[in-house]
Each structure stands twice: as structure tokens, then as C-alpha cells.
Write a protein that binds this ligand. Structure first.
Ligand SMILES: [Zn+2]
Length: 197
């Protein structure tokens, strides 16, 4: 029987470039699965968003008479240029080159995802609500600790600045959990300094 199979394959070995005995594998179902997996892969490995700012971080230096909101920004490092908390803010914003390359992790959250990487002291997360309902939210856990629980219905966005207690390199584990409604999609970008080399 084995002999006969071998002989048969030899007769017309290729069908559309695949060995004949493999053709049956690409059923409609597995093809759909494959395409879905492929789309998933493409999506999680997109190119980083254009970043005209380059590899910099920012610090805010409030004047002594600055308001509470501005004072609260002192001593932090921002992976993106921070927005001024109010018009006519006279605080100094300084731009510094990063010590390492800036990396982006892009993804689409519909349920639960987690990411682990070796980064610097500061991490920046952007969330953008795409699908869901008024009660859609995202719970963020950082290195095993509950950090934020944000309302994130469609057409809302958030930026979250995280700061580690220790100095770089910091091993970050970030878990994102969508909740509150069905059919959720929240797009996210995690920005960090790459210390993984
Ligand atoms: Zn200010």
C-alpha cells in the first residue's frame, strides 16, 4: 500500500505548486483560520507610527508661582511632549535625547492582553476607543499591581504615563483588560525606551 501511494504522488506531484497529498489540508476552514492568524500577525507587527519628534523625552520645569497642575508635572519624564495644563502656561518644557531607542508596541484590545519588555524608567500608554458601548473600560495592571481603570468608550482616548521606582533597565509587565460591554475594540500603543540589548 505504501508503495502504491509513493508511485501515485510521482505521477502528478504538484497541484498548484503544492504536493498533491497536501492539497486537502487547505480546506476553507483552515484557510480562514490562516488568514485570520495572518491578519492578527500583521496588525501586531505594524510599523511604528510616524514619530517626527524622534527619540526624545521631555521634562517640565514650573515657575515657583505656577499652579498646582503645573507643579504636579515637575520631576516627571514624558515620552511624548506633554500638553500644557492651561493656556498661558509659562513653565519651561525641556527636550532631551533618549539614552536608548524608542519602541512602540501597537495592538487592538478586545478582551485581555499582556506585554512584557525591558524598558527604561518611564513608559507611556495611549488608548483609543474604537468599538464598544458607553460602559466600555480598560483596566491596567502594571507589574502585578492594579494601576488604573479608565472609561474608554468609542471616540475617547487616554494617555497614561507610568514611572518605575527603580532605575533602568526595568522589566515591565503590562496587562490590559477590556470590560463593560460586548464587541470591544480599544487600540493601544505602548511607548518605551528599549533596554533589551
Ligand atoms: Zn505651567
Amino acid at each position: 500500500m505504501a508503495k502504491r501511494t509513493v508511485k501515485h504522488i510521482g505521477d502528478d506531484q504538484l497541484v498548484y505548486g503544492m504536493p498533491k497529498h497536501m492539497v486537502g489540508v487547505s480546506s476553507q476552514e483552515s484557510l480562514t483560520k490562516f488568514k485570520k492568524a495572518e491578519a492578527e500577525y500583521e496588525r501586531s507587527n505594524q510599523n511604528p507610527p510616524a514619530d517626527p519628534m524622534g527619540d526624545y523625552y521631555w521634562t517640565v520645569h514650573p515657575k515657583s508661582k505656577a499652579c498646582v497642575k503645573c507643579q504636579a508635572m515637575a520631576g516627571k519624564e514624558f515620552m511624548e511632549e506633554p500638553e500644557r495644563p492651561h493656556p498661558n502656561c509659562k513653565c519651561e518644557i525641556k527636550k532631551h535625547p533618549l539614552r536608548k531607542v524608542k519602541r512602540y508596541i501597537n495592538g487592538s484590545l478586545s478582551n485581555h492582553e499582556w506585554r512584557r519588555f525591558k524598558g527604561g524608567k518611564h513608559v507611556h500608554i495611549r488608548l483609543k476607543g474604537i468599538w464598544g458601548g458607553l460602559t466600555t473600560g480598560v483596566w491596567i495592571e502594571v507589574n502585578g499591581e492594579s494601576k488604573e481603570n479608565l472609561a474608554c468608550p468609542p471616540r475617547t482616548s487616554h494617555t497614561i504615563n507610568l514611572k518605575a521606582d527603580e532605575d533602568a533597565p526595568v522589566t515591565w509587565t503590562i496587562r490590559l483588560q477590556a470590560h463593560g460591554s460586548d464587541g470591544i475594540q480599544v487600540d493601544y500603543t505602548i511607548i518605551y525606551e528599549d533596554w533589551d540589548d
